[in-house]
Design a protein around this ligand. Sequence first.
Ligand SMILES: C[S@@+](CC[C@H](N)C(=O)[O-])C[C@H]1O[C@@H](n2cnc3c(N)ncnc32)[C@H](O)[C@@H]1O
Length: 372
Amino acid sequence: MVGACVSGFWDAYSSGFIIEISDDSTMNHPAVEVHFIGEPKGKGLFAVKHLKAGDVIFEESPLVCCQFAWNAVYGYLACDFCMRPLEGAEENVRRLTGKKDLVLPYPHCCPTNRESHTQCPLCGVQYCSSICRDKAWSQYHRTLCLKSHSRDLNHPLEQLNEAWKYMHFPPETASVMILARVIATVQQADDPASALHLFMQWLLPDGFQSLVALVGMNGQGVGTSPFSEWVKKVSELQLPMDEKQQLDSFIDKVYEDLNEAVGGFLNSEGSALYALQSACNHSCDPNATPTFPYSNSQLVMCAVRDIAPGDEILISYLEECVLERSRHSRQKILRENYLFTCHCPKCEAQAGDLDMTSEDESDYEDEDEGGQ
Ligand SMILES: C[S@@+](CC[C@H](N)C(=O)[O-])C[C@H]1O[C@@H](n2cnc3c(N)ncnc32)[C@H](O)[C@@H]1O
């Protein structure tokens, strides 16, 4: 593994928001640099060293992240700071499938550690640990805390959240509360000018509209699931063949039940803003992919094929199955959901293709796309 480790965190003891980019132990130089490319792409992220398929290119925690409002309403419990699931794996599948007596074997593989869970004493918002609670408080929650355990529907933040919820039925692709967190982060900074500077890279000069654009165009989707994490852990157990087969069929059956009950809605979902990831442009033939191996909002960018120094790090903003569709379909989806015309190498190479959309693709395009 090679790569740079990036973390943005609020330092309560010094002058404000710190972004750290540090080398990991196996390298002397960071793996990436931000360069200005020119119009229409703007800036992009470029490799400064050889990376092999599977390598970690960089790892970073978000500047801010936030669970989607509807996702929280439907009972997907997540840490209010890092989005780590707060439900146990068994509790999670029981709630989603409606099967109250479903029992998950190997309970020691459940990732949820209830003993570390805590809440804001003033408003009851839940965190996976006192570390997350304290980080949230010193970064933005001192400003945003509703300071009451009972809901005041007239509070401006409640009203903003409600208005947003009814403008964006699930599945959501952005959260308005992330903007409130950006503003509160700047307001709580010991040095508000530097904090504002940190977010200014995304802000265009026309007020709220540009704030919404900030989240829509730069927000990275984050999904966490205690059941998926349990599956990952039990799959690593060294088991006798027959026990392994039994476990695999059990897991398949639970996924079938989940699919029947909630379709694709397995995860606690939200969006997050990252310093480096947000500099990654889209490609319909990406060479990197963002992953969330810790089941929280910590992002690990991995190479999906070998990358040479000077190559741009390109991720896909589209679901994998869409990447095989025609240039016309991909461009239409990107224009409608991300408001830009794609100039990735694959689209440029297919520029001469006819603007044809098959019947299947038209059907697909009718569905709500997106989800960077
Ligand atoms: C997450 S930002 C990526 C960084 C951006 N290039 C910048 O300068 O800040 C997404 C924006 O980059 C641009 N972009 C990303 N991929 C592109 C592509 N394949 N073709 C053209 N523009 C692209 C679009 O303006 C898009 O809204």
